[in-house]
Design a protein around this ligand. Structure first.
Ligand code: UDX
Length: 429
């Protein structure tokens, strides 16, 4: 079976490489010629652990091109993995999908399944099918399908090759059987359903996970007010199998290119269909409040922020990635700067990305460089190298020994024993 993947961003590139690892011949297609030229030479445009090695291992099975007409001809299945960025209204912008589908329809010469792998609102498949029928040249058979991807950045290869489940939305036996064949090398339950349900599963999954984070973050606020400890509360809740322990880490909130935009897009499509999903609005609100609360904690510890120097450890939206999209660090640093604070910051991977978004910052070479002459140290992204810092050295470098931990990476008792003043999230202040 031969595959074409349109869009070589995080989802597309990882999927292409993983399908090659599963034994298929894959053509990766992208309109960005610089990216494609790089990929042909084995240059990976994103930071994702293990991706380069897997690409090199499977280079015989991988081709790259900028041309959709050329790249799709031999493929049995075409995966659309292009971006669906948010519009100002919160709706998903599906114009790239429209463009890609038009190109597929105008050049396709034999039966293929056209698959939405990017996250799209429910009923997008219906529109894709209408567009295909309108633009197809000649009598060529096709199927539309939805096969959402659930990979996490930084764990993308593992998630793709060891998924909890594979969701397949199809309308014909022919497409269903091709998918069953395609995923034979993967040991995971298949959820085979109609296209609308598959589309909805993706939005609902991401929204549910975001809701879980906002729930525990809201509980963390009650913990602070009552003297309870969120880490123990989360452990106690999470051991109930019906709840589960994952995604119960309280902190400064979720970021990244999926949760914030998918929440908005899910709310918008629900509203267009006639249902106001107020619960999701609250999830977003709590997420925003966590960032404001973190800035308040810093202000509380330092009294006035004006002319104070704040050391920021971690800029990426989570560890293991250079991705700065919707990173909580952006709002937090902007708020601190608005109050007149100066920022010293460091991230193990996201420095270059950050420089494009966050200005007027002293970018430092490591955590110790950040601590030097800072009035406090703030943990914003929980990279391992911060967990293993020499805290005695950090204390000597700081102007005042204050740590505000937005990801609860330290034990309050241990840190205080070293002479620090410590504030975490959902921990007695
Ligand atoms: C997410 C989904 O997990 C994935 O299935 C989907 O395909 C894409 O969106 P990703 O955005 O890569 O993946 O990151 P994830 O690891 O899920 O974390 C998202 C955000 O939630 C991060 O900012 C993270 O710091 C935050 N988070 C996560 C918490 O604040 N607490 C937690 O307990 C878990």
């Amino acid at each position: 079976m031969k595959l074409a993947i349109i869009g070589t961003g995080h989802v597309g590139l990882v999927s292409a490489v993983c399908f090659a690892e599963m034994g298929y011949e894959v053509t990766g297609i992208d309109s960005d010629s610089k990216k494609i030229e790089g990929l042909k030479k084995g240059i990976i445009p994103i930071y994702e652990e293990g991706l380069k090695e897997l690409l090199d291992k499977n280079k015989q099975k991988l081709k790259f091109t900028t041309s959709i007409p050329e790249g799709i001809q031999e493929a049995d299945i075409i995966f659309i993995c292009v971006g669906t960025p948010p519009k100002t209204s919160g709706d998903a912008d599906l114009s790239i999908i429209e463009d890609v589908v038009t190109q597929i329809a105008s050049s396709m010469k034999s039966y293929k399944i056209i698959v939405e792998k990017s996250t799209v609102p429910v009923q997008t498949g219906k529109r894709v099918k209408q567009l295909m029928e309108m633009k197809l040249k000649g009598k060529v058979e096709f199927d539309i399908a939805s096969n959402p991807e659930f990979l996490r950045e930084a764990k993308a290869i593992y998630d793709s090759l060891h998924p909890d489940r594979i969701v397949i939305g199809v309308e014909s036996e022919r497409a269903k059987n091709l998918f069953i064949e395609l995923y034979k090398p993967i040991n995971a339950p298949l959820v085979i359903t109609n296209i609308e349900s598959a589309e909805l599963i993706k939005h609902a999954s991401n929204s549910f996970l975001a809701m879980k984070i906002s729930f525990i973050n809201a509980v963390s606020t009650v913990c602070e007010l009552s003297g309870a400890d969120i880490r123990k509360v989360a452990e106690g809740i999470g051991l109930d199998k019906r709840i589960g322990k994952d995604f119960l880490n309280a902190g400064i909130g979720f970021g990244g290119f999926c949760f914030p935009k998918d929440l908005k897009a899910f709310r918008r499509i629900a509203s267009k269909l006639g249902y106001e999903f107020g619960l999701l609005e609250e999830v977003e609100k709590i997420n925003e409040e966590m960032k404001i609360g973190f800035v308040d904690k810093i202000e509380n510890a330092l009294w006035n922020l004006k002319d104070k120097t704040i050391g920021i450890l971690g800029l990426a939206f989570k560890p293991g990635t250079e991705d700065m999209r919707y990173a909580p660090s952006i709002d937090i640093i902007s708020a601190l700067q608005e109050s007149g604070a100066k920022i010293r910051a460091y991230d193990p991977e996201a420095m270059e990305e950050a420089k494009g978004v966050l200005k007027d910052i002293t970018y430092c070479k490591d955590a110790y460089d950040v601590a030097k002459d800072s009035d406090c140290l703030c943990i914003v992204t929980e990279w391992d190298e911060f967990k293993n810092m020499d805290l005695k050295k950090i204390k000597d470098l700081l102007r005042s020994p204050i740590i505000i931990d937005g990801r609860n990476i330290f034990e309050k008792e241990k840190i205080e024993k070293l002479g620090f003043k410590y504030k975490g999230i959902g921990i007695k202040q």
